[in-house]
Design a binder for this molecule. Structure first.
Ligand code: C2O
Ligand code: CU
Length: 464
């Protein structure tokens, strides 16, 4: 029944909702299940200021970001996915400690969903938090064209009364008439440097949208960075806020005035709202850009009881002396130290790899990819991924299927040990990413600057 109406919808070419804000998509919810339909399709959306022309994009269910999928921790998430593009695709559920066969990785965990085909993703959702989904086939192109959306997992029975807002930030490279800059997709200049940086920032697919919130004195804002390569730093007109979760995982709350979010990372904050609302600015370039305006909707501010806090469970780190060490040296790129690397069984000059194969980055002397195995680990062992960034560029390192502990220096003062799924490494930084290998399967570890991944910065950890 569901499948038939789904396919009829596709045949009729229904492009859903052009509404301004991300709304939970219509779910046919049964107890303990969350059921959604997603279609990847070609369509048009305006990314520029009001009145500018629409850009040709790739969309999930007619929008970018795609529909917000809201589920409850412990639910089984079922997504009937249909590919209406003219190239193969797959969906990855970023940050979800997933079943390996639902992880959406080409040449590793899932065969392609070809044009005109469908696939049903079905998996239990074990952690509450802020996650996202995105295309993982030619992600450097498919994500740049708009194929991503938010996935919000709520704690069961929480009703704190706190306003809950999701803001998805993306960095587009647009032409003067607000079309996607297509000629530069695949530019080796981008691939060898920072990745594809944009020139236009949207929040929830719009230029400086007004975000309505109900008048309450606290709001939880979930920020998601879906850019191909740009790390962003946000501030709220100098207002202080509390950081309560990183990459979906609750952390011991701490106060901040600005927050940096690398590609694929998420940050949840709590901020006090008053009647004036506030503006959200991106400040990383030194020239602040107002990217959204939060507007309070009514004149009556209801003050939340202080006991009305979110009851988030912060996990505690346990040290383990018997760790399996995996050493990884990240290499290559422009101004790097890599003259040659192994690729398809042969050592070749980096110059040649770049020109003939678009490969520019390596792990330990080998161009990486989903055929490059970094380690085999016994199920249940604690792993210490000791990663050295021997390149001249920052990299947002992401591990599939697990969350890792990492010492986090970003906020000054004492380092904090936090759980993340994506960690921004500075040039010459050495980091230890520690995790319990409790999820069997073949898991990708790669840079989430999507051009870097495509150009060789990735490998596989096999857990069994
Ligand atoms: Cu969000 Cu391998 O990706
Ligand atoms: Cu990188």
């Amino acid at each position: 029944m569901l499948r038939r109406s789904f396919l009829q919808g596709v045949a009729a070419g229904t492009l859903v909702s052009t509404s301004t804000f991300i709304k939970p998509s219509l779910a046919l919810t049964q107890l303990g299940q969350s059921h959604f339909e997603l279609v990847a399709e070609i369509g048009k959306r305006a990314l520029g200021p009001v009145g500018t022309s629409q850009a040709d994009l790739w969309l999930y269910k007619g929008t970018t970001p795609g529909p917000m999928l809201t589920v409850t921790k412990g639910d089984e998430l079922i997504v009937n996915f249909f590919n209406n593009l003219d190239q193969p695709t797959r969906i990855h559920w970023h940050g979800i400690r997933n079943l390996n066969e639902m992880d959406g990785v080409p040449d590793l965990t899932q065969v392609a969903v070809d044009p005109g085909e469908d696939f049903t993703y079905r998996f239990p959702v074990r952690d509450a938090g802020t996650f996202w989904y995105h295309a993982h086939s030619k992600a450097w192109e498919q994500v740049a064209r708009g194929l991503y959306g938010p996935l919000i997992v709520r704690e069961p029975d929480t009703n704190s009364g706190i306003e809950d807002i999701t803001l998805v930030a993306d960095d587009w490279r647009l032409t003067e008439d607000y079309q996607l800059h297509e000629e530069s997709l695949g530019s080796m200049m981008d691939w060898s440097h920072q990745g594809r940086l944009g020139n236009w920032l949207t929040i929830n697919g719009q230029s400086n949208p007004a975000i309505p919130i109900k008048a309450k004195n606290l709001a939880r804002i979930r920020l998601i960075n879906t850019a191909n390569a740009r790390s962003m730093t946000f501030e709220f007109e100098g207002k202080k806020f509390e950081v309560i979760a990183l990459d979906g995982e609750p952390c011991s709350p701490f106060v901040a005035f600005e927050i940096t979010i690398a590609p694929a990372q998420r940050v949840d904050i709590l901020i006090t709202t008053d009647l004036n609302g506030f503006r959200l600015s991106e400040i990383s370039t030194g020239t602040p850009v107002i990217v959204a305006t939060v507007k309070v909707q009514t004149s009556d501010v209801s003050v939340l009881n202080t006991s009305n806090r979110l009851n988030l469970q912060v996990k505690t780190f346990r040290s383990n002396l018997e760790m399996v060490d995996i050493d990884i040296h990240m290499q290559g790129g422009a101004m790097g130290n890599l003259a040659s690397a192994f690729f398809e069984g042969e050592e070749r000059p980096l110059q040649e790899l770049a020109m003939e194969h678009s490969k520019l980055w390596a792990f330990d002397g080998s161009i990486g990819g989903s055929a490059h195995f970094l380690a085999e680990v016994d199920l249940g062992k604690t792993v210490n991924l000791r990663v050295c960034n021997d390149t001249s560029w920052p990299h947002a390192m992401h591990l599939h299927g697990h969350h890792f502990w990492v010492k986090f220096y970003e906020f000054g003062g004492e380092p904090k040990r936090v759980l993340r799924d994506t960690y921004l490494m500075q040039p010459n930084e050495r980091a230890e990413l520690q995790f319990v290998a409790d999820n069997p399967g073949l898991w990708l570890f790669h840079c989430h600057m999507l051009e870097h991944h495509a150009a060789g910065m990735g490998g596989v950890i096999a857990i069994s």
